[in-house]
Design a protein around this ligand. Structure first.
Ligand code: S6P
Ligand code: ZN
Length: 183
């Protein structure tokens, strides 16, 4: 076995490059039910990309003690007066925490605890966001360009999308007079 090797994955600064990198694309159609304004949603091209995720899973999903790494790129824009956003999720293994950090663009990181209290942190290049366990999380692109952010999470966290898909967040991030507001 060679003792000095080339890394399997390279982080270029904005994207992940390498054979093990897996790509996921979410179209606007995949976000059905997320946005309050149904009429505005119906007017969208459902095949248009909402966001893309590049992930590196060095160990099998469910491995205790391992880590996963991903970069998400969210397109700019609004549907009605809501910003383009990720589906949002909590973790199946509920106490599992996660880091997000902003690489480029501007956005808002939304958190919701078990009592459905919602708060948000501004995202800008370099901003670091710790998502404690038991906290649902979602990101909205509030800028005019692509918002890219990194994520690092435990390989046994697993995603729970059902709760958010069913009950949503208790507050929405709306564009009011050109500015993001939690309503
Ligand atoms: C995975 C990590 C991110 C998200 C991605 C898309 O734990 O949090 O890679 O999967 O940002 O968001 P969502 O809510 O659609 O999974
Ligand atoms: Zn997560």
């Amino acid at each position: 076995m060679e003792t000095i090797t080339h890394p399997k994955v390279i982080f270029s600064g904005t994207t992940l490059i390498g054979k093990p990198v897996e790509k996921l694309t979410r179209t606007i159609g995949d976000l059905k039910g997320l946005f309050a304004d149904q009429n505005a949603f119906e007017e969208q091209d459902t095949n248009q990309i909402a966001y893309e995720v590049e992930s590196y899973f060095p160990v099998p999903e469910g491995t205790e003690g391992g880590l996963f790494f991903g970069i998400t790129h969210i397109q700019p824009g609004t549907i009605g007066n809501e910003y383009m956003m990720t589906k949002g999720h909590s973790h199946v293994f509920e106490n599992r925490a996660e880091f997000y950090w902003c690489i480029e663009g501007e956005g808002m990181m939304l958190f919701m605890d078990k009592d459905r209290n919602v708060w948000a942190e501004k995202m800008f290049p370099g901003s670091l966001h710790y998502i404690q366990g038991l906290t649902a999380h979602r990101v909205a692109n509030t800028g005019e360009s692509v918002l890219s952010f990194g994520a690092c999470w435990p390989s046994d966290a697993s995603h729970n999308y059902d709760l958010i898909a069913k009950n949503g967040f208790s507050k929405r991030l709306l564009k009011v007079n050109g500015e993001p507001q939690l309503v």
